[in-house]
Design a protein around this ligand. Structure first.
Ligand SMILES: NC(=O)c1ccc[n+]([C@@H]2O[C@H](COP(=O)([O-])OP(=O)(O)OC[C@H]3O[C@@H](n4cnc5c(N)ncnc54)[C@H](OP(=O)(O)O)[C@@H]3O)[C@@H](O)[C@H]2O)c1
Length: 358
């Protein structure tokens, strides 16, 4: 039996994410046949660095002349939608970095082309493919800690414009589109469609949100409290409060490899009656609680079981394996990150912003 023939990719963009994904492509034995930049010298340098055959400064020439099966889009977020549409119209499957687009209207245009042409297009959200994230969904759906009620999740690391200039450019779309997409995806995966969105945004002089919190009420009754920031260090965890316990994806949420599971008993707590003397056990517990060293010891002891669910050498590989399996199966859409999810994320973010402008 011959070796499995992997699909060929063209890469759009020559920045840090495109470079990171080149290592992922190599791990999956995927050949990249062309790279596209707005600037031919940049694409040539990238092509030399990663031994890519063709460098181009025009996507259309690649779409016409290259035998690639799929396009990976990792240029500025403002250009994702137009590139995805051009690639799909040329019959190429698309794996597009998040966000799929900067507006719901553009995201809908992308989805419409995918659905009309039957061409696979998936937003590269990547964290839903991590084993710890999959396990959280599995345990939540099985009501392992009782029924899920409330999600608290945040994603925030302070960054300076010098360190990551793209985050401060209008072409990135602000913190909700750059970071919020992951949290909204998790909230939608857990609780389904959203009924109402309340948000608070800190916005730069250029109108870009850089710190935001959102409260979502889901139609099915769950609630999600989400916060994202370019300016503050947050806990970078996701806690799912359930009726009989708590599930928590540990830091760093975006790249998580640990899930904590805490059950609590639901039996009634025994309250000592005032007119009845304390039992020996109650006296002992009271005496122990009065010792600071013992309270400290108790707090240092783990109160939850922790599962370590490692993604291996490369966090982006599970997502790429999923996309390759879809290509091999001739699938028209991802069942894990369907375009409907991408559209719903865009609509939630749009509503958060619209509420601010009222
Ligand atoms: N999945 C993840 O974990 C992850 C992490 C980081 C970023 N991302 C996403 O990946 C994409 C690229 O991010 P990156 O960190 O690689 O960005 P980057 O290094 O700043 O730039 C990527 C590309 O964007 C283009 N670009 C940069 N500034 C531009 C501007 N002002 N106007 C138009 N195009 C511009 C450039 O393309 P040319 O070569 O054509 O000039 C550059 O090659 C973004 O959409 C981001 O959201 C995803």
């Amino acid at each position: 039996m011959g070796a499995k023939k992997q699909p060929k990719f063209a890469v759009i963009g020559t920045g840090s994410m495109a470079a990171a994904m080149m290592a992922t492509f190599a791990r999956a034995d995927v050949q990249v046949t062309a790279v596209v930049s707005r600037d031919w010298q940049r694409s040539s340098r990238f092509a030399s660095a990663f031994a890519i055959r063709d460098a181009a400064d025009d996507l259309n020439s690649v779409l016409r002349g290259d035998p690639c099966d799929a396009v990976y889009i990792a240029n500025a977020s403002a250009d994702h939608a137009s590139m995805a549409i051009a690639a799909m119209e040329a019959g190429k499957a698309v794996m597009c970095e998040k966000p799929l687009a900067l507006t719901p209207g553009d995201a809908e245009r992308v989805a419409d082309v995918s659905w009309r042409t039957g061409t696979l297009c998936m937003e590269g959200l990547w964290i839903p493919f991590l084993p710890a994230y999959r396990r959280l969904l599995e345990l939540a759906r099985a009501n392992t800690c009782g029924a899920p009620v409330h999600l608290f999740a945040d994603f925030g690391y302070p960054v300076s414009e010098n360190a990551i200039p793209r985050l401060f450019s209008p072409t990135a779309g602000g913190v909700l589109l750059d970071r919020g997409v992951y949290l909204v995806a998790l909230a939608l995966d857990l609780f389904g469609p959203v009924e109402s969105v309340d948000a608070q945004l800190n916005v730069t002089a250029q109108g870009l949100d850089q710190h935001a919190s959102m409260q979502l009420r889901h139609r099915g009754g769950g609630q999600s409290q989400l916060a994202v920031s370019f300016t503050a260090l947050m806990s970078n965890t996701a806690s799912l409060a359930c009726t009989a316990g708590l599930l928590r994806l540990e830091e760093p949420l975006v790249g998580t490899e640990a899930l904590s599971i805490r059950h609590i008993g639901t039996s009634a707590v025994a309250v000592p009656e005032l007119d009845r003397p304390l039992s020996a056990k109650q006296k002992l517990v009271r005496a122990l609680r009065q010792r600071p060293i013992l309270r400290r010891l108790r707090r240092a002891m783990p109160n939850a079981r922790r599962e370590h669910l490692l993604y291996g050498a490369d966090p982006y590989l599970p997502q790429l394996h999923h996309f390759l399996a879809l290509l091999e199966a001739g699938a028209k859409e991802s069942d894990m990150v369907p375009l409907e999810l991408s559209l719903n994320i865009q609509h939630v973010i749009e509503r958060a912003r619209a509420g601010q402008k009222r």
